[in-house]
Design a binder for this molecule. Structure first.
Ligand code: ZN
Length: 267
């Protein structure tokens, strides 16, 4: 399968899927997300693949969902249409990465924002470069209740998640490392090699044992209510799309709202 917005490469038993829309800071269009879900499903089925790396071409991991496309194609969606669109492409696609049957590593540089934050944090491990930053300005700027998958408190702690979401501010790479949200921070020039070396180390482990181990580790969050909390937040997020606050922002332009918020971070 040839992809327009992805690069897929194998190094031994490590598969790397890279978002490849660098001119748009890897903003996630519908086609990019459909391609990513397809590539992830293929990697899940392929016994030759033991570890999956999700990376991105260019200076930034991802600026988030493609808000220009959202404004053009989905601004007038009914509740039913939006629920169907976002439950498949944002929620289910993300959870399929979370449930990927083998270890996954996010390889993150530059901006890792909103929808980009969701995808990176679906991975088991995160390696980032020292120029990486993480943010989710959706609540602060767009009046929607954060992004669709509220993984934030589970990967960065409740206190820090509230600070990041309430302020719309960035968490820099060093801080992300300090709070345990990322596993390793490396120089930009070493990001690809360091991530691959980590993936290859993991790929040496017996694959069936790893599969069982990952299930158990993820279930340790399921018993704390992860899935129920994520699923409940998805519905709450849908409600926030119908608020007068959100409509006011939407009518002025979603992408422009982000630009008005000076930082240039997308969603
Ligand atoms: Zn949404």
């Amino acid at each position: 399968m040839n992809y327009t917005f992805l690069l897929v490469e194998d190094t031994g038993s490590v598969r790397r899927i890279s978002l490849n829309r660098p001119q748009a800071r890897n903003a996630q269009s519908q086609q990019l997300l459909d391609e990513l879900d397809h590539a992830v499903s293929e990697a899940a089925r392929d016994d030759a693949v033991r570890v999956l790396v999700i990376a991105a071409a260019g200076d930034h991991f991802s600026a988030g969902h493609d808000l220009k496309e959202a404004q053009a194609k989905r601004a007038d969606f009914s509740v039913e249409e939006r629920w169907a669109y976002e439950s498949l492409r944002y929620f289910d696609y993300c959870l399929r990465i979370w449930d990927f049957p083998k270890p996954t590593i996010a390889q993150v540089q530059g901006a890792c924002v909103a929808g980009g934050f969701m995808i990176a944090n679906m991975c088991d491990l995160v390696v980032c470069s020292d120029d990486a930053f993480f943010s989710d300005p959706v609540g602060h700027t767009l009046a929607a209740a954060a992004t669709e998958v509220l993984i934030h408190p589970w990967v960065m702690g409740l206190r820090k998640a509230k600070e990041m979401l309430f302020t719309g501010e960035r968490v820099e790479a060093a801080e992300a490392y300090r709070i345990g949200m990322v596993n390793r921070v490396v120089p930009v020039a070493a990001l690809e090699d360091e991530t691959l070396a980590l993936a290859q180390r993991i790929a040496q482990a017996p694959p069936f044992g790893l599969r069982l181990l990952k299930k158990s580790l993820n279930r340790s969050l399921d018993v704390q209510g992860l899935r129920t909390a994520l699923s409940a937040h998805f519905d709450t997020h849908q409600l926030s799309h119908m608020s007068n606050e959100f409509k006011a922002v939407r009518d002025k332009g979603l992408a422009q709202a982000i630009q008005r918020n000076k930082s240039g971070d997308s969603a």
